[in-house]
Write a protein that binds this ligand. Structure first.
Ligand code: SAM
Length: 255
């Protein structure tokens, strides 16, 4: 797993506060606390007003930042109703649902689900990824195209297992959506340059199987799990049905 630090710039600390992320999120990660930097592979920093994770090793690809408005996600959110993740989460429901995206990552699925009209609570536990996501969401919120979408998303820094277990009855979501980082069995992810650093920094989510059970206990209607198209279902648990895409698949567990 890649080691990283947050560059201890005053404007970066200010930005973290402004994003309503607790500064404690980066405790122990500031560059000023680190004595041995020999293993360091990436730095989290603010550059031209944008938070980015920059690899120090070129083999890890380009800097990672979150931009919901331009590029691929921007295009996808404009046609959100056609996205397979939206179809999997919606099922046959016609009403706007409440969704917990328990593995928010860089927030692309959260944003697409919110663009389709769902109220989304997005949970991310990794401090560096949380900084990237909070920053991208804040910029989207201020844009004319993304403002209304971002306003349907509530971000939460924490471990989804705990958040879901502690949810009061009235806040239980209709759907819990999971896309954990499972150990890679194929070399496919390695070729995606933009994902290399992200994958390396986050590592594998080895508690994904347990998260499925917690999600099933919390969801009112269904749990949806994103998987590589040919992978085994999580914990060998057969889903109620599946939606197949080109490289990925959505396993739907009605509750
Ligand atoms: C594969 S990525 C998700 C990508 C995301 N679906 C997107 O569209 O950008 C998985 C993310 O889930 C986070 N994660 C995994 N298990 C978690 C948990 N139990 N609680 C909170 N975050 C978790 C990881 O830190 C990682 O950032």
């Amino acid at each position: 797993m890649t080691s990283w630090i947050a560059v201890d710039q005053p404007d970066f600390r200010t930005r973290v506060r402004q994003l309503n992320l607790p500064l404690a999120c980066l405790d122990g990660h500031w560059s000023s606390h680190v004595t041995d930097q020999s293993e360091l592979k990436a730095v989290l920093e603010i550059r031209d007003g944008v938070v980015q994770l920059r690899p120090l090793d070129k083999a890890l690809g380009n800097p990672v930042m979150v931009d919901f408005i331009h590029g691929k996600t921007g295009f996808r959110f404009l046609r959100a109703q056609h996205e397979m993740v939206v179809k999997a989460v919606a099922g046959r429901s016609k009403e706007p649902l409440t969704v917990v995206d328990a593995t928010a990552g860089l927030g692309r699925d959260s944003f697409i689900l919110a663009a389709a009209g769902f109220a989304v609570r997005s949970i991310e536990r990794h401090p560096a990824i949380a900084c990237l996501l909070w920053d991208g969401m804040d910029r989207a919120r201020l844009s004319p195209e993304g403002g209304a979408v971002a306003d349907r998303i509530a971000l939460q820094w924490g471990v989804a297992h705990t958040v879901l277990r502690d949810l009061p009855e009235v806040e239980r979501p209709d759907v819990v959506y999971l896309d954990p980082m499972f150990p890679e069995r194929t070399k496919q992810a390695l070729v995606k340059k933009e994902m290399r650093l992200f994958r390396d920094v986050v590592g594998d989510d080895l508690d994904g199987e347990e998260l499925l059970q917690v999600a099933l206990d919390a969801a009112g209607k269904r749990v949806v799990v994103k998987r590589p198209r040919k992978a085994e279902p999580v914990a060998g648990r057969k889903p109620g049905y599946q939606l197949l895409g080109k490289s990925s698949r959505f396993d739907v567990y009605p509750v």
